[in-house]
Structures are given as structure tokens and as C-alpha cells.
Design a protein around this ligand. Structure first.
Ligand SMILES: Cc1cc2nc3c(=O)[nH]c(=O)nc-3n(C[C@H](O)[C@H](O)[C@H](O)COP(=O)(O)OP(=O)(O)OC[C@H]3O[C@@H](n4cnc5c(N)ncnc54)[C@H](O)[C@@H]3O)c2cc1C
Length: 563
């Protein structure tokens, strides 16, 4: 097998991976960025509504970085590590200015300052945006920047697993997708920036590539996932395609209505209304539907018509396109049909504020792959793009320090085993087709580990996913070719999805309270006495081992979360 050597391997060419690579390469180290798609096709490109930032002299006069921390902590239902939220907030303005100086063209106010809009859970408006194509603009800007540095890009390379030698990470094994040729990438540090895992759910706003490979690789290497039970469901996915209608639509004044034409959020969040955090709005929509005030098929309406054609087209162009092309509805003239769908993963590879994993020296994670934790039990909209850049940079700088003090590492003894394992997973020519297993898994996660959870459903999910993991040992793919065998890679993604699913379902069953996006019908209250703590979950064969870690509180003591 071919062997390449770098100082650092970054798995992921989205915003977090590229920001990390930028920092490490700028310090003179050799970096490889591996991505299963061309970097600018990473999921970050789909981010629409914006990036949150408090900017001195360019924010609401009553706003402050402290308010931003408070909103983030409260939005996360007090499971946020407050030292991390402080870093996020205090560095938000400078990171937006940095991207602006690199060429990102943010929308402006009439006086030329960077424009801002409201997003859910914000006391004052602080989301900065490039129309509703913010992620695309930021990703292209940073890709151009990193391309000028000494970084080797391996696009359409699928990373199979981490290499671990003497209890530390020493590289990865990956496979070129075009030729299916494997190679080892030796490195003193590996950064997982592999994004989220929306494909675990039957209904998701995520791209097909979001299969959470990094979470599974970390678990298999012996690292913990932090807070894996916390999955975000976005309230306004377009019905029936699940394409996201950005929170910007409500930030700009859109109103949710039930089948009686009522603005039902007055009941669920009398102060913040349609701009309550996502967990609150998602539950409200599904309650309206369950109580017979939804529309046939199970959706409500998002009304933008009062905003006027010019404003809608200028600020929410994607909502217009999506409505027209995927729902046959022109939002300028009639309300859009929307319902909740999986959107974001608050859980992730356990890391500290420097992006380092405490279980395995040499392992770092950033972006949606990581749980720092700045989002706690529920992420506020537009805080994720911010996290990818702020903590991508923090992680890159920490990796540089790690490399400066790092000794040479020994090669992993048997990298071929990783490739053999991958092949053995799909070597059969009959049995269960991987597509069947995938379908069952996504249905189970949606029905039993969704917005509303209870013991019965979660027990059923744990047992079903455990059974699917066993079934998967006998699965096959139909395509036997050695050129762009996408079925083969989809099956490997499924293996990764199954490893995460059992951890998510088990930890959701374990947490007997409701907090943020984790809502237990049988334990509807938050229970700080027993549960104000992070879950840490390890996967040992078929067993999920759970331990806990305290939440870092600097200033804001938990209080009732009302909106
Ligand atoms: C539709 C939508 C809109 C959103 N809008 C906003 C918004 O307006 N504001 C906001 O703050 N957040 C938003 N989010 C969330 C935000 O976009 C993401 O959380 C963020 O972009 C994640 O960035 P990332 O760099 O962590 O990962 P990604 O951009 O997802 O990149 C992951 C990278 O990992 C690579 N990868 C994964 N697995 C492998 C593997 N096995 N081998 C090799 N490479 C691999 C991929 O190829 C990719 O390059 C939105 C999310 C969605 C779904």
C-alpha cells in the first residue's frame, strides 16, 4: 500500500477543515486535506442564513458580547461550556472581519456597515450574511486563501479509519474513490473536520455526504463522543422535499400559521414568537399537527407574503427558488408548506477549547464533527458557521503547538487490516442489500429517536439498531467494479452510521430528563440536580459505555428557559 507522510492530516475540506489547515500551513507545517468531495462541494456551501457576530461599532447599541454568550448558553439549555461560549462570542467580530478582508462580500447597511438580521434566540440581531448563500461565499473565500498555501488536497479520497500506535493517533488510512486504491497517510496529528450526520434520519435538511464518518472513526479508535443524544431538528424544512427554508425567513419577518390561519407561536413562546429557538418551534409545529391544526401530510405554513416581492427576492432568493421548484408554491404570493426535519448534530468528538481529544494524543476535531461544547443541548442558528471558523482557527493554532513539542511517531503496525475490514464489510454477493439496512436505520431514527422521545420508543430503537448492526455483517453491494464504486462507499458510510446510531439511541434512553432538543415525553422537565452534566459515550464492540463530565459554568447559573 502506498505510504505518504505529513505533519498533519485534516480530514474534511469544509469551513472547519480549511480554517484549521490555514493555520497549520501558515506556520510552515506540511498539511494534507482529505475530502470525499471537492472541498467547495462540502456541506458548508449549503449554509444559507448567516454567521452570528457581535461587531464593535457595528451592532445594535444595546448589544454586547456578554449578551451573545448569555443567549448561546440559554439557547443551549445550560449544557453549554461557558468558557467555550465566551471564546466564540468575543472572537466573533474579528473572524467576520478576517473573512471580509479575505474577500467575502457581506450584505451592507445603507451606511456601508455590515448588515445584520435576527436569528432565533437572539436578544439583539447579530447575524451577518451574504444574501442567503452565506456558506457558499465563505467556503469559496477560504478555499481560495488556502489554495495559495503549502497544502496538498486529496479530493474524492474517502478516509476509512484512524491509525493508532502506542495509544496515540499516527495517521489515517484512506482510499481514492476513483480507483479504489488505498494509501496510508502518516501524521503526528489528525484533525477530524468531517461535518454532521443528517443522513441518519429519514427527514433531513443535510446533504447526502453527511454521514458522520468522523464520529464513527473516533469511536472505533477508542475516543468518546460527547453529548451524543442531542440532535437538532429544524422547524422549517420545505414539505415534502425537506429542503431547508432558512431561519432567515423568520428573521426577516416570516410568520408560522396553522390550518386556522392562527399565528400559533403566540401560545408556545409569547415573547420570541416565531424566533424562539429551534427546539421550541419544532415541538410547537408537531404539537399543532398532532392536535389537528396542521395540513394533510403533516405540515404548517410559513407566510412571507406580507414582506413584498422585492424584499423577498433580494433577501431570501433561495426560499423563492426552493418553493417554486420543489413545492410548486411561490412564496411571494402564498405561504410555504413546512415541517421539522433533522438539521444539526450538537454531539460530537469530545474535545476541549483547543480542539484536542483527551483520550487519544494527536487527535483533534473541529466544526460540526466536534463537541467543544458551544451549543449544549440546542444550537442557536448562525452559531455553527461561527464555530467552524473560530474553533477551526483555535484548533489549528493548538495543533501547531502540539507539533512543536511532538516527537517522531512509530508507524502503525498493520494498516492493511483497515482495508481488509472495509472490504470484508461488503465482500458478499448475496444476503441483505445495504440499501435495505440504510432505509430501516433512517426510518427507526426518525420514528423513535426524533423530536419527541420516550422510554418505549428509545428501547425499541436500541434493539432495532443493534439488530441492524448484526444484519449488516451479511450485507452486500451489487456493483463489483473498481472504478467509482459509489455503492461500496455508501456501504462504508452505512457502517459509520450504524456505529453512531447505537450510541445516540442508547444515550438518549439513558438521559431521563428533557433538555433543549432532547425531549422526553416521560420526563418532560429539565433536571439540573441529576443531569447538568455532559454525557461521554464509548463504543466497545456491541456495548455503549457511558460516563459523565461536569459542565463548565463561569457566570450564568441555570435558570428557567422561557421565550
Ligand atoms: C441546509 C443547511 C443550512 C445551514 N445554514 C447555516 C447557517 O446559515 N448558519 C450557520 O451557522 N449554520 C448553518 N448550517 C450548519 C452549518 O452549515 C454546518 O454545521 C457547517 O457548515 C459544518 O461545517 P464543517 O466544516 O464542520 O463540515 P462540512 O462543511 O460538512 O465539511 C465536512 C467535510 O468532511 C469531508 N468528509 C466527511 N467524511 C469524510 C471521509 N470519510 N473521508 C474524507 N472526507 C470526509 C467532506 O467531504 C467535507 O469536506 C446549515 C446546515 C444546513 C444543513
Amino acid at each position: 500500500m502506498e505510504k505518504l507522510n505529513y505533519d498533519v492530516v485534516v480530514v474534511g475540506g469544509g469551513l472547519a477543515g480549511l480554517m484549521t489547515a490555514h493555520e497549520v500551513a501558515s506556520a510552515g507545517f506540511r498539511v494534507a486535506v482529505l475530502s470525499k468531495v471537492f472541498p467547495t462541494r462540502s456541506h458548508s456551501a449549503c449554509a444559507e442564513g448567516g454567521i452570528a457576530a457581535y461587531m464593535d461599532g457595528n451592532s445594535d447599541p444595546s448589544d454586547s458580547p456578554e449578551f451573545m454568550v448569555y443567549d448561546t448558553v440559554k439557547g443551549g439549555d445550560y449544557l453549554v461550556d461557558q468558557d467555550a461560549a465566551e471564546i466564540l462570542s468575543y472572537k466573533s467580530g474579528e473572524i467576520v472581519r478576517l473573512l471580509e478582508s479575505w474577500g467575502a462580500l457581506f450584505n451592507r447597511q445603507p451606511d456601508g456597515r455590515v448588515a445584520l438580521r435576527y436569528f432565533g434566540g437572539q436578544t439583539y440581531p447579530r447575524t451577518r450574511f451574504v444574501g442567503d448563500k452565506t456558506g457558499m461565499a465563505l467556503l469559496h473565500t477560504i478555499y481560495e486563501r488556502v489554495s495559495g498555501l503549502n497544502v496538498d488536497f486529496f479530493s474524492e479520497w474517502f478516509t476509512l479509519d484512524l491509525l493508532v500506535t502506542d495509544r496515540r493517533v499516527t495517521g489515517v488510512v484512506a482510499m481514492e474513490m476513483k480507483s479504489m486504491s488505498p494509501a496510508t497517510f502518516g501524521a503526528k496529528a489528525v484533525v477530524l473536520a468531517t461535518g454532521g450526520n443528517g443522513m441518519l434520519y429519514q427527514h433531513t435538511t443535510n446533504s447526502y455526504i453527511n454521514t458522520g464518518d468522523g464520529y464513527a472513526m473516533a469511536l472505533r479508535a477508542g475516543a468518546a463522543l460527547k453529548d451524543p443524544e442531542f440532535v437538532q431538528f429544524h422547524p422549517t424544512a420545505l414539505y415534502p422535499s425537506d429542503i431547508l427554508i432558512s431561519e432567515a425567513a423568520r428573521g426577516e419577518g416570516g410568520i408560522l400559521k396553522n390550518n386556522k390561519g392562527e399565528r400559533f407561536m403566540t401560545k408556545y413562546a409569547p415573547m420570541k414568537l416565531d424566533l424562539a429557538p429551534r427546539d421550541v418551534v419544532s415541538r410547537a409545529i408537531l404539537t399543532e399537527v398532532a392536535e389537528g391544526r396542521g395540513f394533510p401530510g403533516g405540515y404548517v405554513q410559513l407566510d412571507l407574503t406580507h414582506l413584498g416581492e422585492k424584499y423577498i427576492k433580494e433577501r431570501l432568493a433561495l426560499a423563492v427558488e426552493a418553493g417554486r421548484n420543489f413545492a410548486g408554491v411561490d412564496p411571494v404570493k402564498e405561504p410555504l408548506p413546512v415541517r421539522p426535519a433533522q438539521h444539526y448534530y450538537m454531539g460530537g468528538v469530545d474535545v476541549d477549547v483547543s480542539g484536542a481529544n483527551p483520550d487519544l494524543p494527536g487527535l483533534f476535531a473541529a466544526g460540526e464533527a466536534a463537541c467543544v461544547s458551544v451549543h449544549g443541548a440546542n444550537r442557536l442558528g448562525s452559531n455553527s458557521l461561527l464555530e467552524t471558523l473560530v474553533f477551526g482557527r483555535e484548533t489549528g493554532q493548538a495543533v501547531v503547538k502540539f507539533l512543536e513539542n511532538s516527537k517522531e511517531v512509530r508507524d502503525a503496525p498493520n494498516p492493511e487490516k483497515v482495508v481488509d475490514d472495509a472490504y470484508s464489510f461488503v465482500k458478499r454477493e448475496s444476503g441483505v442489500h445495504f440499501g435495505e439496512v440504510m432505509k430501516e436505520l433512517r426510518k427507526t431514527m426518525w420514528e423513535d429517536v426524533g423530536v419527541f422521545r420516550d422510554e418505549e420508543r428509545l428501547k425499541r430503537a436500541v434493539s432495532k439498531v443493534t439488530e441492524l448492526r448484526k444484519t449488516a455483517v451479511n450485507m452486500y453491494v451489487t456493483d463489483r467494479s473498481k472504478t467509482y464504486n459509489t455503492e461500496f462507499f455508501n456501504a462504508l458510510e452505512l457502517r459509520n452510521m450504524l456505529d453512531q446510531a447505537v450510541v445516540i439511541a442508547t444515550t438518549a434512553l439513558n438521559r431521563t430528563e428533557s433538555r433543549g432538543a432532547h425531549y422526553r415525553l416521560d420526563f418532560p422537565k429539565r433536571d439540573d440536580k441529576q443531569w447538568l452534566k455532559h454525557t461521554l459515550a464509548y463504543l466497545r464492540g456491541n456495548t455503549v459505555e457511558i460516563t459523565y463530565k461536569p459542565v463548565k459554568i463561569t457566570k450564568w447559573m441555570p435558570e428557567e428557559r422561557v421565550y
